[in-house]
Design a binder for this molecule. Sequence first.
Ligand code: ADP
Length: 469
Amino acid sequence: MKKTLWARLITCYLISVVLVFVFVNTYGMALLQKKLKKDQTNLLYKEASLISASYRGTLFDHEQSPDNLASQFRSINTYLNIRVWIVNRDGQIVADSSNIDNPPNVNLNDLDPGFLNKTISENTMFESLFNEPMLSIIRRVDYNFRLRGYIVLHSPMSEIQNKAYIYMDVINICFLIIFPLLFLIFIYIYYITAKPLKHLMKAAVEYGSGNYNYKINIKGPSEYRDLAAALSFMAQEISQLDDYQKKFVANISHDFRSPLTSIKGYAEAIMDGTIPPDMQNKYLNIILFETERLNKLTSSLLELNRFDNRSAMLDIVTFDINYIIKKTAESFEGACKAKKITLNLIFSSPETYVEADMGKIQQVLYNLIDNAIKFSHNNSEIKVSTEEKGEKVFVSVKDYGIGIPKDAIKKIWDRFYKTDASRGKDKKGTGLGLSIAKEIIQAHNENINVISTEGVGSEFIFTLKKSSE
Ligand code: ADP
């Protein structure tokens, strides 16, 4: 049999029902009988004590006929089904509530010598005196410090048994009502647990086969709804990853193909003489430019891959960020001169020590300043500044160039993303510079952000941990 939830629930249910039923009808019954016997014994004692207290003086008085006394016990016999014997100190029965006129002419000491020394006796039969086993209690009666006799009370053992059966019948009838109700509860539990699981299973199969837009229609406990939400969130993420991968491959192919096409085209043209020797230098320069671009693209991809594999180990050292900014700025002197751009370095203190991977932070600065120059107009200004705030150092690269359109601001961090304006303007760009910058800053557990207005300019700000030394 398949171990389904339903099969397990039914097995649990049946085992519980049988166990409860057997337990209650065996151990429960034994406890009940014990309790009823104790109650009956107490009742007999109470009756015997009452009789003793009321008739102690006259009980064995020869002036008062034992027959008279016995008649007073008749009501006890009738209403409580208790048989009363008055027994004299020799063991002779002198009165019997069930046979007033003719008490049995029996000496109990002859029948059972130890009987009158007991206080309680179960299953008393006295051979033919009773026609069923009795529960008996024996109460000694003393008067004026002398033993006068005994009061012996009997009640049928079967009465206790019958009472126990009646109680058990009531309990079993209750079970007959409770068990089907319990079964309904089990069905309800099955319904609220198994039904949503089937939906979730179907959703997982749909997502597995690539249908990421499948909507999970689930009603039930909040745990299942949370699981459904998590599952569809996962599907969305996978779907995005899927889209991203497709886009990524398309972008790489495109970015590799266009320089390769021009390299191939120009090389062929040079070889077959379409380009005359005096023009060849110009086209060889283009080939060189495209090769450089391909080289940059490849190393950027490798860099990003290292971050993806979490294998980019940071070499954290303490260094002066202002000095690194100056060094990086120097390498852009030529580019700035070409566009007549002034690069202003503004530091809140002459030296600002930070704890970071120097080489990687230099790469971030390089990418940001490179972008700032690329997207600045001629004759404009670029400000690179550092400022200490609390435990952090804020580094800013600000330009007054073309700015970034509002709807592109979030996307500039995506791999291969380039705004439409920059596609036309910046042929050399790979769309990977900012992704790399972000990965590096995040690997330091720091933040990088941008404030930009289209047509006004952009400011990229990132934080670094201030050195505690
Ligand atoms: P790229 O190599 O193309 O510069 P990046 O990842 O560095 O790639 O930048 C992605 C895009 O973000 C750029 O193509 C450009 O559209 C936009 N961008 C980046 N920096 C600036 C800036 N300072 N001013 C205007 N646009 C920018």
